[in-house]
Design a protein around this ligand. Structure first.
Ligand code: AKG
Ligand code: FE2
Length: 278
């Protein structure tokens, strides 16, 4: 029987007692509601094939291929493989694969005009120690901002690119680099929960539109600290069979990246967008 339990103090929920292969719309409704409420959920103990994972993922929205073409599954472009081909031909660790998602807290796809609504991972192999994914709740980051910053940010857009100010684009093919920035409101109203969150990604933001460069840089530096609000975090310790999905509209995340590199840590990953308006 479906069982729901909170994981972090304010963020993260765990669901047990379901088989995602067997769900109908009625069975899915409480899972979706739990996801909206907690920002990130884990569904435990799933034994699934790639097609099952894609079918289940499509319940959340439109599954789209990730721009990093080199890490796509050869037969399923919508599936990104995390932790595969970590070593080059000489046996050296490829940092861009090992540390993927581990450089800092971020939200997926802010470089796109329509960022990813959600990202979902299924754990295939889990290391004996480390390798968590950390999450932090951006509703709480918004609510904890000083009034002065809320006033500065309200009604303003941030400009975001894949590499942000550092321009690191290691996993992109040449033709996909240096696209124009995408603009998104820094204070974001969630279309489904109606709550305001801070929308920020220190590794992808270039500047805040309408601010002088110095002020924009200062605010970005301040937000890099304030994005992690007290009590807003949840660190997910993976088990094989977990399916974890987070809401990129109101959460940031980061791979801990601290596991023994010689061990396997492998996930299937999908990017999910809002379905196109009918
Ligand atoms: O591997 C992880 O824990 C998360 C990686 C990441 O940032 C992502 O898949 O978007
Ligand atoms: Fe990510």
């Amino acid at each position: 029987m479906l069982h729901i339990q909170p994981m972090g103090a304010n963020t993260g929920g765990e669901i047990t007692g379901v088989d995602v292969k067997q769900l109908d719309d009625e069975g899915f409704a409480p899972i979706y509601a739990t996801w909206l409420k907690y920002g990130v959920i884990v569904v435990r103990d799933q034994e699934i094939e790639i097609d099952d994972f894609l079918d289940y993922s499509r319940r959340f929205g439109t599954v789209v291929p990730h721009p990093s073409k080199s890490t796509r599954h050869p037969d399923y472009p919508e599936i990104t493989l995390l932790g595969i081909n970590k070593f080059d031909a000489d046996g050296n660790l490829i940092e861009a694969i090992y540390r993927r998602g581990g450089v800092g807290f971020h939200t997926d796809g802010a470089y796109d005009d329509v960022p990813f609504k959600a990202t979902q991972l299924h754990a295939i192999a889990v290391p004996s120690t480390g390798g968590n994914t950390h999450f932090s709740n951006m509703y709480m980051a918004h609510d904890a901002l000083p009034q002065r910053l809320k006033q500065t940010l309200e009604g303003r857009n941030g400009a975001f690119t894949y590499g942000g100010r550092s321009a690191s684009q290691a996993l992109l093919n040449e033709e996909d680099r240096d696209r124009k920035p995408a603009f998104h409101p820094m204070i974001r109203l969630h279309s489904e929960t109606g709550r305001k969150s801070l929308y920020f990604d220190p590794g992808k933001i270039l500047y805040i539109d309408g601010l002088e460069k110095q002020q924009s840089d200062d605010v970005i530096d301040e937000l890099a600290e304030r994005m992690l609000a007290p009590g807003a975090q949840y660190s997910h310790q993976w088990r094989v069979g977990d399916i974890v999905i987070w809401d990129n509209r109101c959460m940031v995340h980061k791979a801990a990246g601290d596991y023994p590199p010689e061990e396997d840590r492998i996930h299937w990953r999908v990017s999910i967008k809002e379905p196109a308006a009918a």
